[in-house]
Design a protein around this ligand. Sequence first.
Ligand code: NDP
Ligand code: 2IT
Length: 449
Amino acid sequence: MAINNAYLNSVYEDLAARYAEQSEFLEAVHEVLETLVPVVESDPRYEQQNIIGRIVEPERTVIFRVPWVDDNGKVQVNRGYRVQFNSAIGPYKGGLRFRENVNLSIIKFLGFEQIFKNALTTLPMGGGKGGSDFDPKGKSDGEVMRFCQSFMTELCKHIGPDTDVPAGDIGVGGREIGYMFGQYKRLTNSWTGVLTGKGLTYGGSLARTEATGFGLCYFANAQLKANSQSFEGKDVIISGSGNVAIYANQKATQLGGKVIAMSDSNGYIVDENGIDYKVIQVIKEQKQARISTYLDYVPTAKYVPGCSGIWTVKADIALPCATQNEIDEDSAKALVANGVVGVFEGSNMPCTPEAIAVIKGNGLLYSPGKASNAGGVATSGLEMSQNSERLSWTFEEVDSKLQGIMESIYAACADAAKKYGMPGDIQAGANIAGFLKVADAMLAQGVCY
Ligand code: NDP
Ligand code: 2IT
């Protein structure tokens, strides 16, 4: 759909023609640009200095071969990516995703979102993202280690504690970070905080594991509270059963909600008595098993194959925490029909544009991932601070900083939305508040990138 401003629309059209095959990237850019109309119309410098044309193009993109030897002695080849999108306000920062469907479009959409998300955290971090079309699922520990070592053998040339600091994302957890950190150290002969999400014995931060899920619920709680609501007594759907989903379950439950449905890429479970996050931890973190095995622990629960049906479960709050475009228009309609009060995004870009229109059009509360899932990268920023000062903070210290950051992100989004004439529109507010910080830094630094 055309953007209602000639300059923004021409930048988008140019991008759409140049990168026609990058559908996820174009979706993410369009979503941001259409909310920036009042911003570029209120300050001519953004157009004069072509800030939009610059912000949609990565500063640097690295694509590389990742060869590794599998357990049968066969030489495998995967592709590695690192998109260094924007360093105006700090070193590039963002996760690494290891999943079969990873391609340049997906890494660029994630890197683009990361620019605004990182700005919202108030910490000095630029935007970047990387990954590979390698999937650790079904691979042995040895295979994962050899892959991670090979991946880092190239990536180490492009990153550094003051240059670019990767972390985890889908398919990259503590194990993968550990193997990559070890290889970086060996290749550079230096111990630095070059990755976040590290283990607690070697520079990791307490509460980083929990941070994205906890942060999501702190954000949702702030938005619910501003609308005279809360988690108390509410039934909650959480898609996914990975890092973000597990700790979103823990915090939503602590805040008085009951998590009745969770999923993986094969199907979903429904347990009307409430899903204990500790059971999911055992299934996913210890056994690397499928969510269907939940029935071995709770035989009264129900398992349904296929992922999208989870949005038809009757509940009050939806927390998508799996992947992009997991809620389409029909799923959004099902949420509306079931009387859901709010959709708060834990995953990156889980709602399609059509789904967002249905959700917002029907008056549901809605928070975009770049605001409500920023707790993960914010706590990565806190890990970087601890590494720099060679100290570790307590769980309570990190958790309370996280909570403060999430509440201030909510306030910044709400304020920006109000200031630009869209009160209550947290999606527009997030894009505007994130953009203003980065754009003003780019203006101050001249045409350097
Ligand atoms: P994990 O790899 O720990 O878990 C991902 C979960 O999502 C798994 O349950 C996985 O199922 C499911 N999933 C993945 N792809 C699909 C798919 N195509 N359809 C249905 N389910 C799917 O990843 P995270 O929890 O770390 O990440 C989840 C989301 O949160 C991603 O969008 C990520 O970008 C975002 N995010 C993560 C942050 C972090 O700190 N980790 C920070 C901010 C955002 P299966 O087991 O079958 O693969
Ligand atoms: O999408 C994200 O914000 C992440 N995967 C976390 C990035 C980070 O650097 O902690």
